[in-house]
Design a protein around this ligand. Structure first.
Ligand code: CP
Length: 329
């Protein structure tokens, strides 16, 4: 896949060679993210960061990643501060804002909306999450994290055993991550959710077509016994018609240190795209796991900077120039 000048809308665009290239560039970004070196390779460039749904990690880390490459960031957050609130179309918004920016990151509550925006954009658009559909940069940082976590155990992605737990119907991160993992070999996937919030059938079929083993269940403790990765997710309350409906499912699958110790293998890595819902009636990933060395959730968020720097560098075709415009701190 050619990344230069491309929109990044769905994991379906990717192949393994492209993923390897992104991860190599992400590795090379470490001294810049750690402030050991400074680069100005994107000096003068502008990121339009447009988030029409709440975000902490994705919005801020895209902005920080662009700043760390020397670029500037302009943000729109929420519909109420945008002319979309006055009835402006995505088409017109894209035509206008792509005249102001070199690349745009966008989050929007409707599936397919970022692709619609990208069709009208004159610059590359990166999907920061379109409703329950996809979150490709999250999947890339998740896979980058899995690769790093397993490398310490002399393991690769092929043959991976992973349990995805929670709201697999509305959770866009698990949709993108499952599609990304499907590119590898001989995976064992366990999809753990309430029956009403199961992984979409199209994704289950994709995994089986690619000869991966898939188990669908609503039972937690048996599912986490023989896996390398436990990937927990939040009930996506914002996708339900009411809080009461979300309450039916909240708190169904709670992982804490006692359950981890009893059922997981000693090295099982614990992941979550965050935010985790820390309210008492939810608490899908308990704070008592915070000192567990296999809890990788904040390594995921740190890795998000590296992967998003790599995406900008590759989409804007400056990956080979980063060091040329660099100096030591
Ligand atoms: N993982 C993730 O998308 O987090 P935010 O909603 O904070 O961006």
């Amino acid at each position: 896949m050619e990344l230069t000048g491309s929109h990044i809308l769905s994991i379906s665009q990717f192949d393994r060679a492209t993923i390897d290239r992104i991860f190599d560039v992400a590795d090379s970004m470490a001294p810049y993210a750690a402030r050991q070196k400074v680069t100005r390779v994107l000096e003068g460039a502008i990121l339009g960061n447009m988030f029409f749904e709440p975000s902490t990690r994705t919005r801020v880390s895209f902005g920080c990643a662009f700043n760390l490459l020397g670029g500037n960031v302009r943000e729109t957050t929420g519909f109420e501060t945008s002319a979309i609130a006055k009835g402006e179309s995505l088409y017109d918004t894209a035509r206008v804002l792509s005249g102001y920016s070199d690349v745009i990151c966008m989050r929007h509550p409707e599936s397919g909306s970022v692709a619609e925006f990208a069709e009208a954009s004159r610059v590359p658009v990166i999907n920061g999450g379109d409703g329950p559909n996809e979150h490709p940069s999250q999947a890339l940082l998740d896979l980058y994290t899995i690769r790093r976590e397993l490398a310490g155990k002399s393991r690769g992605i092929d043959g991976l055993r992973i349990a995805m737990i929670g709201d697999l119907k509305y959770g866009r991160t698990v949709h993108s991550l499952a599609k990304l993992l499907s590119l590898y070999e001989n995976l064992q996937l366990v999809f753990v959710s309430p029956k009403e919030l199961a992984m979409p059938e199209s994704i289950i079929e994709l995994m089986r077509e690619r000869n991966h083993s898939v188990t669908v269940t609503d039972e937690l403790t048996e599912s986490i016994k023989n896996v390398d990765i436990v990937y927990s997710t939040r009930i996506q309350e914002e996708r339900f018609t009411s809080k009461d409906e979300a309450d039916l499912y909240r708190g169904r699958f709670r992982l804490n240190q006692a359950i981890y110790t009893q059922f997981c293998e000693p090295n099982t890595v614990i992941m979550h795209p965050l935010p985790r819902d820390s309210r008492a009636d939810a608490n899908e990933l308990d704070n008592d796991l915070n000192q567990n060395p296999n809890l990788a959730i904040f390594r995921q968020t740190d890795n998000g900077i590296l992967v998003r720097m790599a995406l900008f560098a590759l989409v804007l075709d400056v990956a080979d120039l980063v060091d040329k415009y660099a100096h030591d701190v």
